[in-house]
Design a protein around this ligand. Structure first.
Ligand code: HEM
Length: 405
C-alpha cells in the first residue's frame, strides 16, 4: 500500500510523472504543475503515490461527478477507507455515497436553504460594510488576517448558531481537516499537531445544548428530534459545516483581493458596476480554485477517455488545473470579471457539489459589493505569500492598501 491505498499498475498509454503535487513549492505556486499536467494527457501516473491524476476539464469533471464509478466513500484523500481506518470518523456527507448520502445531504440542504441564507443577507451586508469602513480608516492592512479571516469568522459562526467564537481555532480546524486529506507529509503532521487543542473545542461548540435556538445548527438538530437522523449524526453534520465552510471562504476572499489588486482594470469595471460583484466572485473561484485537489476512488474496473482505470485506483481530481484548461476556457489564464464562468469546478459538480455555495456566495458578494461601493483603489503593499495546504489554495499574507474617495 502507498499512503493507505492500493498500489496500481501504470495503465497503458499513461505517462509516468515523478512530480510531487503535495510538495509545498508546488502547492504555493501550482501554475506550471497545472499546465504540465494538462499537457501530458487526460491522465498521468504519479509514481510518488501510485495514483492517477487528471487536470483537463472534461476528464476531471467526469471523474469528480460520477459517484457510481468513482466513489467518495473510500475517502476524498489519498487514503482508501476500505483498506485502512481513517484518522477520524469520515464526514457523513462528503465521504459517503447514496443512499446514505441522500439522507444526510437532505438535512444539510434544508438547513442551508435559499430562504435561510436569504434571511442572513442583510446581516452579511452590514458586517461587510462595517469591516470595509474600518479597513479604509487603516489604509494599509494585512488582508488575510484582517479581512479574509476576519469576515467569515465574524458572520459564519453566528449563522451556524455558535455561542462562542474563537477565530484562530475555527481557521485552524478547517486547515487541519483539509491538510489531513493529503499524504503523510510535514504539512499534514503540522496541521494534525493542532488537533488536541482544536478538536475538543469544536466538538463542544457543536453539541445541541451549546447551540443557539436559531441558526443552521438548530435546523440540523431539529432533524434529529424528528427522528430523521440521530443526535450523534446531527453533531457530525454541524461539525462538517465548520470544517468545510471556514477555510474555503477565507481562501476565496484573500484570493479575490489579490485578483483585484493585481488587475486594476478589472477593479475599475467592478467599481463602475458593483452588480458585477457576483461575477467577480465566480471568476475568483475559477481562477484560483480554493479547493485545488480532492480524490475519488474507482469502485469498479472502468475506462475514461480510452484509459483503463482499475478498481481501487485513487484519482487526484485537480480542480485547479481543470478551471484553467484553455481548451475549455478561452484565455484561461486571464482574470476577467466579464466572463460568466458557469460550470467551473471550484464548488464541485454532481451530487457532492458544494452544499454551502449559497452561503459562500452571500459572503463573497457582500464583501465585494462593499469594496466596490466604498474603495477607490486597491494596491498591493508588499509581496503576497501563499500558504501551502494539501487541499486548499490560500494566501498566508497579503499586504494591501485601500484608498477611499
Ligand atoms: C468558496 C467557498 C467554498 C468552496 C470553494 C467550496 C468547495 C467545495 C467543493 C469543491 C465541494 C465538493 C467536494 C466533493 O465533491 O468531494 C464542496 C462540498 C461541500 N461543501 Fe463547500 N465550499 C465552499 C464553501 C462552503 C461553505 C460556506 C459550506 C458550509 C456552509 C460548505 C459546506 C460543504 C459541504 C458540507 C460539502 C459536502 C457536500 C456533499 O458531499 O454532498 N462549503 N465544497
Amino acid at each position: 500500500m502507498i499512503e493507505g491505498h492500493k498500489e496500481i499498475e501504470v495503465p497503458a498509454g499513461v505517462p509516468v510523472w515523478d512530480v510531487d503535487p503535495y510538495d509545498p513549492a508546488v502547492l504555493s505556486d501550482p501554475s506550471d504543475y497545472y499546465a504540465e499536467l494538462r499537457a501530458k494527457g487526460p491522465f498521468v501516473y504519479l509514481s510518488t503515490y501510485s495514483a492517477l491524476a487528471c487536470g483537463r476539464y472534461e476528464e476531471t469533471k467526469e471523474v469528480f461527478s460520477d459517484w457510481e464509478r468513482f466513489v467518495s466513500s473510500r475517502g476524498v484523500g489519498l487514503q482508501d477507507f476500505s483498506l485502512e481506518e481513517p484518522w477520524r470518523p469520515p464526514s457523513i456527507v462528503l465521504e459517503v455515497d447514496p443512499p446514505y448520502h441522500t439522507k444526510t445531504r437532505a438535512v444539510i440542504e434544508r438547513a442551508l436553504s435559499p430562504k435561510a441564507v436569504g434571511d442572513l443577507k442583510e446581516t452579511f451586508r452590514e458586517a461587510a460594510g462595517k469591516l470595509v469602513d474600518e479597513l479604509l480608516e487603516k489604509g494599509t492592512f494585512e488582508a488575510v488576517e484582517e479581512l479574509a479571516e476576519t469576515y467569515p469568522t465574524t458572520v459564519f459562526p453566528e449563522a451556524v448558531g455558535l455561542r462562542e467564537n474563537d477565530r484562530r481555532r475555527l481557521v485552524d480546524y478547517g486547515e487541519m481537516v483539509f491538510s489531513a486529506i493529503g499524504p503523510d507529509n510535514e504539512l499534514r503532521r503540522n496541521a494534525m499537531a493542532k488537533g488536541p487543542d482544536v478538536v475538543p473545542w469544536i466538538m463542544e461548540q457543536c453539541q445541541r445544548e451549546r447551540l443557539k435556538p436559531e441558526g443552521f445548527g438548530a435546523t440540523i438538530y431539529a432533524a434529529a428530534a424528528a427522528g430523521e437522523i440521530t443526535e450523534e449524526e446531527a453533531g457530525m453534520l454541524v461539525r462538517s459545516l465548520l470544517s468545510a465552510g471556514v477555510d474555503t471562504t477565507v481562501a476565496v476572499l484573500g484570493s479575490a483581493l489579490w485578483c483585484l489588486a493585481s488587475n486594476p482594470g478589472q477593479f475599475d469595471l467592478l467599481k463602475a458596476d458593483p452588480k458585477l460583484a457576483r461575477w467577480a466572485f465566480e471568476e475568483t473561484l475559477r481562477y484560483t480554485s480554493p479547493v485545488h485537489t480532492f480524490c475519488r476512488t474507482a469502485n469498479v474496473d472502468t475506462e475514461v477517455s480510452g484509459v483503463r482505470i482499475a478498481e481501487g485506483t485513487k484519482v487526484l481530481c485537480v480542480l485547479g488545473a481543470a478551471n484553467l484548461d484553455e481548451s475549455h476556457w478561452p484565455e484561461a489564464d486571464k482574470f476577467d470579471i466579464g466572463r460568466r464562468p458557469a460550470g467551473h469546478l471550484a464548488l464541485g459538480a454532481g451530487i457532492h457539489g458544494c452544499v454551502g455555495q449559497n452561503v459562500a456566495r452571500a459572503e463573497g458578494e457582500a464583501v465585494l459589493t462593499a469594496i466596490a461601493n466604498k474603495v477607490e483603489s486597491i494596491e498591493l503593499a508588499g509581496q503576497p505569500v501563499w500558504r501551502p495546504n494539501n487541499s486548499i489554495h490560500a494566501l498566508a499574507r497579503l499586504p494591501v492598501t485601500f484608498r477611499g474617495a
